[in-house]
Design a protein around this ligand. Structure first.
Ligand SMILES: *[C@@H]1O[C@H](CO)[C@@H](O)[C@H](O)[C@H]1NC(C)=O
Ligand SMILES: *[C@@H]1O[C@H](CO)[C@@H](O)[C@H](O)[C@H]1NC(C)=O
Ligand SMILES: *[C@@H]1O[C@H](CO)[C@@H](O)[C@H](O)[C@H]1NC(C)=O
Length: 279
């Protein structure tokens, strides 16, 4: 009897432990509180949902349900009070015309967050076609900057998984000053001819893992800039693009070393290079 009781108690404990772990308060942008609607701009609804979720002292989840939503800009800034997840199940769409974007260098940014998870199987659609034809600053240094799609800055112990980045105007993802962060099961897509659309650029970051990504884009699939350490790139497939690059390095004085880069089991088809170092 005592044994049975303690077994029961243990089961109950396990059950409670597993539900409390799975339980995160949900902040659905389409709920009455935030009022996001498909096909309209959800910048304000998302900002409000993020700020409520981020301020919660227990685990929280911001949800963008399936559907297509317009988004002019977003900055998701921490520090948050507890672990936070952003689950994008639908499609967030940038304005096609760069002139409609409210900020010159970022469309969507995540900053100063510990234990962020970005997931959901959804799509960040940069609608870049118009911008690529204007993106000529190799030739014209004075032309207007074109925003990087997703910026991850000052993140620690975070995960970005199972999202798609489509037709970015400029770099798809820019990872700067992040530590202990993994990128898994990403799909990054833009046409061969799209200028400057690096897949994932990493700079000044330590212990970053990229695994199981499908990257096909117009510039480097993965590029690793100065002061980056312990970067692991495994099972990246697809193409086109310029391959996996360390660099460009050495353009500026005071650049720091890049150390411990591992690239393993990647299959890149129709890319300009496999792996290279650009100096
Ligand atoms: C990441 O680690 C580096 C080196 O230890 C440190 O200087 C930097 O502040 C860390 N970044 C964050 C966001 O914690
Ligand atoms: C990245 O992968 C390496 C090698 O597989 C592992 O040792 C390390 O813990 C991983 N780092 C993160 C942040 O998951
Ligand atoms: C190498 O990558 C392929 C394609 O992504 C994957 O199917 C396979 O399991 C990987 N092999 C190893 C040894 O990790």
């Amino acid at each position: 009897m005592a044994l049975k009781l303690s077994l029961l108690a243990m089961l109950l404990f396990l059950l409670l432990a597993s539900t409390s772990k799975a339980h995160a308060s949900v902040f659905d942008v389409t709920s009455a509180t935030y009022g996001a609607k498909p096909d309209s701009d959800v910048s304000k609804a998302l900002a409000k949902a993020w700020s409520d979720a981020c301020g919660l002292p227990s685990a929280s989840k911001v949800v963008v349900p399936s559907g297509t939503y317009k988004l002019k800009e977003a900055t998701f800034r921490g520090p948050c009070k507890a672990r936070i997840e952003m689950q994008v199940r639908g499609t967030l769409q940038a304005p096609a015309d760069t002139g409609q974007l409210t900020r010159p260098n970022t469309w969507v940014g995540f900053q100063y967050i510990d234990m962020l998870t970005l997931s959901g199987g959804g799509t960040f659609d940069g609608q870049g076609a118009l911008a690529w034809s204007q993106n000529d600053y190799h030739k014209n240094k004075n032309c207007k900057p074109i925003p990087v799609k997703l910026r991850f800055e000052f993140l620690t112990n975070s995960k970005v998984l199972d999202i798609t980045s489509l037709n970015s105007k400029n770099f798809h993802m820019h990872v700067f000053w992040c530590n202990y962060t993994t990128f898994q099961y990403l799909t990054i897509t833009a046409p061969d001819k799209s200028e400057n659309t690096d897949g994932i650029h990493i700079g000044a970051s330590t212990s970053i893992n990229i695994t199981h990504a499908k990257i096909g884009t117009g510039d480097d699939c993965v590029s690793i800039g100065d002061d980056s350490h312990q970067i692991t790139v495994i099972d990246v497939t697809r193409g086109p693009g310029h391959g996996i690059s360390i660099g460009s390095l050495g353009r500026y004085k005071e650049e720091k070393d890049v150390t411990m880069i591992i690239v393993k089991n990647c299959t890149l088809t129709n890319t300009q290079n496999g792996v290279r170092i650009k100096t």
